[in-house]
Design a protein. Structure first.
Length: 306
């Protein structure tokens, strides 16, 4: 019986695992799938680690957890059962492994989100260097540059206007031109943001340096640009929260948590991009640490409490 099983080994999961190990809690962490920022050339705004590659940050984190006595298994969690208030059973394995079960008193979900990716030739060639999904992470690197935005609907209008923090040279390419209302277009025009109602044929640029140079359209002239941000939505990377019956936050559709990072299901905690908040690596790490503190406190026997 583990004190806690952590599902997900990104910044949130590893931060939680490190703190739980330092609390001398018997902790098992599952590491599976690629992180959301796998293709990013560097993690930005992470104090003391600005510019570090995502792979190096997570490798260091795994080493730190193991050095403190934490256990990390590379495997896919396929299901979780709540057997009682203090007993959860985790099923893990994949096509190459026999299914195994692990029991714990607490569970932390840190499984994150997946971005809906554009389906166009050239996207992968530039993703993470001059094609981005997060202005908070990569907007600073685009100061005074020509930016294209690919997205849909009113939500993308706000996303696009937010990029004015760094540049005024912005062109919006709606995936569905009918998703923009007249009011949306008028608001964009008020800030001199051009809208190109054309289908993207491909992205083109310097493949060696991964520098985007232009967006090619099925019809009409190409758009010369230095970077592209896309805003096509996200989806949970796992449905484990659904298996457990965790309530969703009505405002955003992500997993609801209270001030202790506990979900609506007692004994189940969540941290990182799966929960409502700014989706930054440093925020996810902080949420993982806070979850660990509260998980540790929840496991302290009543006789040791004031």
């Amino acid at each position: 019986m583990y004190d806690c099983i952590v599902v997900g080994a990104g910044p949130a999961g590893l931060s939680a695992s490190l703190f739980l190990a330092r609390y001398r809690r018997r902790t098992l962490t599952f590491h599976h799938n690629s992180p959301r920022n796998e293709y990013a050339h560097g993690v930005h705004g992470f104090l003391g680690h600005h510019g570090i590659s995502p792979a190096e940050l997570l490798a260091r984190g795994r080493d730190e957890v193991i050095d403190h006595g934490g256990l990390i298994i590379e495997s896919c969690v396929t299901g979780i059962e709540r057997l009682s208030d203090d007993h959860f059973r985790v099923h893990a394995g994949d096509g190459n492994q026999d299914l195994r079960t692990f029991d714990a008193q607490r569970v932390l979900l840190a499984t994150g989100l997946r971005d809906v990716m554009p389906d166009c030739p050239g996207f992968r060639d530039f993703y993470g260097v001059t094609v981005h999904h997060c202005p908070d992470c990569d907007g600073y690197e685009c100061i005074d540059k020509r930016i294209a935005v690919l997205g849909n609907g009113t939500k993308t209008v706000g996303f696009t206007l937010g990029l004015l923090t760094w540049t005024n040279a912005i062109t919006l390419i709606p995936e569905d031109k009918d998703a923009l209302s007249k009011d949306d277009r008028a608001k964009l025009a008020a800030f001199d943001i051009t809208v190109r109602d054309q289908s993207i044929k491909a992205l083109e640029g310097d493949l060696q340096s991964k520098r985007l140079r232009r967006v090619l359209f099925s019809e009409g002239d190409a758009l010369e640009c230095d970077a592209l941000f896309f805003n096509l939505g996200t989806e949970p990377a796992s449905n484990l929260h659904e298996m457990l019956g965790c309530k969703l936050d009505e405002s955003c559709g992500l997993v609801w948590v209270d001030r202790t990072r506990q979900t609506s299901v007692g004994g189940v905690y969540a941290a990182g991009d799966l929960t409502p908040n700014s989706q930054l690596a440093i925020v996810a790490a902080a949420e993982g640490a806070m979850a660990a503190i509260h998980i540790h406190n929840s496991l302290i026997p009543g006789t040791r409490r004031p």
